[in-house]
Design a protein. Structure first.
Length: 152
């Protein structure tokens, strides 16, 4: 069991086998490559991606389909290959990948980045933040003031 005293979530523990690896890091955080998904029942469906390399770095996320029920993933061949997925088709959300929208919390309300979701291969836990090639999604998709936005 591994232990980290984080800035935002307090003390957390996890198994090394549950670490999520971003082979190229995240945009703006390329040197932060190891994360753990932290979930609390009282904030469901919100999930926190906590860096295990930096106790102060944590991203607030939601499953994309909690934000937009008909969300369609359109990852590039390069992004799919980076996380060990076949490039000839889009992976199935919930079966092959976890697809998360990173949230931004502002005084005017919460928004979700549907343009560049975090895609996690459920078999090998490799992940990438992939810019959607098509679909017309926004990086600031507004969340309604009730429901999932209440967790913000």
């Amino acid at each position: 069991m591994l232990f980290l005293n984080t800035k935002n979530l307090g003390a957390i523990t996890w198994e090394q086998a549950s670490e999520i690896e971003f082979p190229c890091g995240l945009p703006g955080f390329e040197d932060r490559r190891r994360f753990v998904a932290v979930h609390f029942t009282h904030t469901d469906p919100v999930m926190f991606l906590q860096s295990v390399d930096d106790p102060a770095l944590c991203f607030i996320t939601l499953p994309v389909r909690a934000v937009k029920s008909d969300y369609r993933l359109t990852a590039s061949e390069e992004d799919l290959a980076l996380v060990g997925l076949p490039a000839n088709r889009q992976p199935r959300i919930g079966e092959e990948v976890n697809c998360l929208a990173v949230l931004s919390v502002r005084e005017t309300g919460c928004t979700a980045n549907l343009l560049a979701p975090v895609i996690i291969n459920l078999k090998n836990l490799k992940a990438v933040q992939a810019v959607a090639q098509e679909g017309g999604y926004s990086h600031q998709h507004p969340l309604p003031s009730e429901g999932v936005a209440a967790a913000c």
